[in-house]
Write a protein that binds this ligand. Sequence first.
Ligand SMILES: Cc1cc2nc3c(=O)[nH]c(=O)nc-3n(C[C@H](O)[C@H](O)[C@H](O)COP(=O)(O)OP(=O)(O)OC[C@H]3O[C@@H](n4cnc5c(N)ncnc54)[C@H](O)[C@@H]3O)c2cc1C
Length: 403
Amino acid sequence: MPLPRIDTDTDILIVGGGIMGCSLAYWLAREGREVALIDRYDLNTQASGTNAGSIHVQILSHWAWAEEPEAVRATQRPLKLYAEGVRTWRELAKTLDTDIEFSTSGGLMIAETEREFRQIEKKVKRENEAGINTRVLDANEVRKIAPYLSDVVIGADFCPDEGKLNPIAATPAIARGAEKAGARMFRHAGLLKLERSGNRFTATTARGDIRASRVICAAGGWSAEVAAMLGVTLPVTRRALHMNATEAMEYRVPHLIQHMGRRLTLKQASNGTMLIGGGWAAQIDEPTNRAVVQRSSIHGNLWVAQHLMPELRHLRIVRTWSGIINVMADGLPIMGEVPNVPGFYIASTSVGYTSGPGAARLISELILGRKPSLDISAFAFDRFMTGPQNFDKLPFLIENPSL
Ligand SMILES: Cc1cc2nc3c(=O)[nH]c(=O)nc-3n(C[C@H](O)[C@H](O)[C@H](O)COP(=O)(O)OP(=O)(O)OC[C@H]3O[C@@H](n4cnc5c(N)ncnc54)[C@H](O)[C@@H]3O)c2cc1C
């Protein structure tokens, strides 16, 4: 049966029904704002519903090799936003209507060579300077808290606030909270055209028209296409990343495990399944916006995982999948109003599932005319408007969107 046509007005229109869009709807509707959200598919079907569910706080491994001072500062800049993301998830885990399997039992980024260990020492220093609670562990200390890891490990960066959650449960719970607070969610209503006339926007969707005073672009890897409808050049692209899940085993891995020199995230879901990812590539089928798994990523990703945790060799893989992540040109979030287009806001973050609800709350504060409770001026759009762009200085941020 065809879905009913839309012909409506709203104060705030959100484009995109991932973690960012649903969280924006949640915070704004709970403040009594009139909110409509559109997605071209169902909610939570792109990055937010396909991601690894890792709660990241420490500097990701591919960013942690930076040495050029501006690049080092860039890696430190979003750390407080990630920590804010964890605080927000902790709060949401207590208030949402379902168990989102949130836990922060700590995260270990493993070193297995002297070179990696030395870089981990530098990385911890940078994290502590940025106000993030991490510390260096030697091999014995790692073995004590994570006896399931192989003896190739010579040390680690330990962050007690890292952990995991279940994105398949969490985004829909936030969306339900938003709807309960009055937000209207229009599924299968892809944005086809966006126009601004006077101080009003008209959005033409696959199901009809919505007129709004403000529009927030929360379209993840497709944000540039949405912004382009208003003539705004937004340096956001997309990449496809790979994930694996094993059959269940006895619960004994409380931590999030990453590797300083290899692509890996490893953790155990509450049903016993081991979830293995870490930024291995997949392919994007552009016409359908679907990510397609590559066999080479299955092999590479599983090799790294069993190298670090040998007992994984005895488990079968029961599922692989891939998803499409938003990638900002300088690797940093873009949050806030576009100066030349009043009323048009961008909401796109790095480490986006961890930071999503926290970042959305900060953007909501801006929209509500309040001072954001965390300074997000470093993530304003206007950094792309001043002077020549020099992303070449930060190539590691663009080339390795590993999570
Ligand atoms: C495999 C993988 C693993 C990851 N692992 C982690 C992790 O462990 N931890 C972490 O913190 N982050 C992780 N991420 C990153 C994180 O998932 C994303 O950064 C985050 O989910 C982005 O959320 P979003 O709402 O901005 O985008 P999305 O979830 O992609 O949502 C954007 C929505 O916009 C909609 N849309 C696009 N164009 C239009 C249009 N024209 N009209 C209407 N709707 C439109 C899309 O259909 C989509 O639903 C991972 C990502 C992937 C792909």
